[in-house]
Design a protein around this ligand. Structure first.
Ligand code: PLP
Length: 397
């Protein structure tokens, strides 16, 4: 039957800010027979991935691995450390902060949500002021999204830690690194984070399906005293099973083979090099956006995301129509604007298994799409990015 649907050849460009492209090496590593998850062969893999995860979170404490999406790890962080009625402090950095807040409220937490315009990160000074005011130490946790995937803004977690310390406040620090782990500098122990929440499908270069809680001793102690009912997400059950290399339920065996391979790849490149690569690609992307005469959603150069750039559409032009034109004509998926910024921004993902030519292909696709969709722009974005990548022109912030 004849159809008008475009026939695409070559590889699809998946340039959403996660799930990101999975390296062939990782796909091959997962292409294994399913094994007995209570047998000795699996225990060896279990121990290996538990240990190697610590090197990515940069912690000497346990990292718990769940067969779930990142949202599950959010829930795990909450039900293990907090109870209904507990006051928590969060910051409105974008859609994912709003979703985490909604989840917290469903568990009866009393959320103080510092308002934001989605164009900057969580403000350490505002957090410090709130905690300094809280003389009775009613705030039990500060919860922030490290890299806000919806807005392309990276919050300054190390500074937030210092702000909590300056206020001499005992609140736990819970951080969502779903779209930053393995792409943006992060130090679970070094920054004094109590629970780091993450997922497999972005910087870790795996398909969706694994999530993580890295936990501090303080968080573990809080979980032991915490009365919130929990079962599937219960840290104590999992920590007990992990001691023999297993899980209290069926783990995602084949994804764990992939995790082992992906972490090996991150270390072959060197984590610092991985972080520098992402920063460089972020800078080249922003150079392109500027040359097109468009605007990046993030307002604060200190908080530009190295993994995703959200671009504002000119007034009167719909970002989703533009994305549709790019998909139809060029077979490239760009990230949609979420919630408040639906139709107003599109997002370019530049994370995970990625290189200079993939970025140039992506930016060429955006520039061609702007032309094809008749969006007002100036040519030269691709050239500007190329000049950043070759070093012909120094990158701006
Ligand atoms: N937090 C952030 C920053 C995210 O980007 C996402 C998903 O994109 C989530 C949480 C939710 O993760 P998931 O969709 O895997 O449940």
């Amino acid at each position: 039957m004849a159809t008008n649907a475009p026939v695409h050849t070559g590889r699809h460009f998946l340039q959403i800010p996660g799930p990101s492209n999975v390296p062939d090496r990782v796909l091959r590593a997962m292409d294994m027979p399913t094994i007995d998850h209570r047998g000795p062969e699996f225990a060896k893999l279990g121990f290996e991935v538990m240990e190697s995860c610590k090197t990515v979170f940069r912690t000497s404490q346990p990292v718990l691995i769940y067969p779930s999406s990142g949202t599950g790890a959010w829930e795990a962080a909450i039900v293990n450390t907090l109870s209904p009625g507990d006051k928590v402090l969060m910051a409105e950095t974008g859609h994912f902060a709003a979703l985490w807040r909604a989840l917290a409220e469903r568990f009866g937490l009393d959320v103080d949500f510092l308002p934001g315009d989605w164009r900057s990160g969580a403000d350490p000074a505002a957090i410090e002021a709130k905690l300094t005011e809280d003389k009775a130490h009613q705030v039990k946790a500060v919860m922030v999204v490290h890299n806000e995937t919806s807005s392309g803004v990276t919050s300054r977690v190390a500074e937030i830690r210092k702000a909590i310390d300056r206020a001499a406040h005992p609140a736990l620090l819970l951080v969502d690194t779903v779209s930053s782990l393995g792409s943006i500098t992060y130090e679970h122990d070094g920054w004094g984070v109590d629970v780091t929440v993450s997922g497999s499908q972005k910087g870790l270069m795996l398909p969706p399906g694994l999530s993580f809680n890295a936990i501090s001793e303080k968080a573990l102690a809080a979980s032991k005293a915490n009365k919130m009912p929990r079962s599937y997400w219960d840290w104590s059950e999992q920590i007990a099973a992990n001691k023999s290399g297993s899980w209290p339920y069926t783990p995602a065996t084949n994804l764990l083979y992939g995790l082992k391979e992906a972490i090996a790849m991150l270390h072959e490149e060197g984590l610092e090099n991985v972080f520098a690569r992402h920063r460089r690609h972020g800078a080249a992307t922003r150079a392109a956006v500027k040359a097109w005469g468009l605007e990046v959603l993030c307002r604060n150069p200190e908080e530009y995301s190295p993994v995703v750039t959200a671009v504002l559409m000119p007034e009167g032009h719909d970002a989703d129509r533009f994305r549709q034109v790019v998909l139809d004509h060029l077979d490239m998926s760009l990230g949609t604007g979420l919630a408040k910024v639906k139709g107003k921004v599109f997002r370019i993902g530049h994370l995970g298994h990625f290189n200079d030519l993939m970025l140039m292909g992506t930016l060429a696709g955006v520039e061609m799409g702007l032309e094809l969709a008749r969006v007002p722009y100036r040519t030269g974005g691709v050239l500007a990015a190329m000049n950043v990548l070759t070093g012909k022109e120094a990158a701006a912030a």
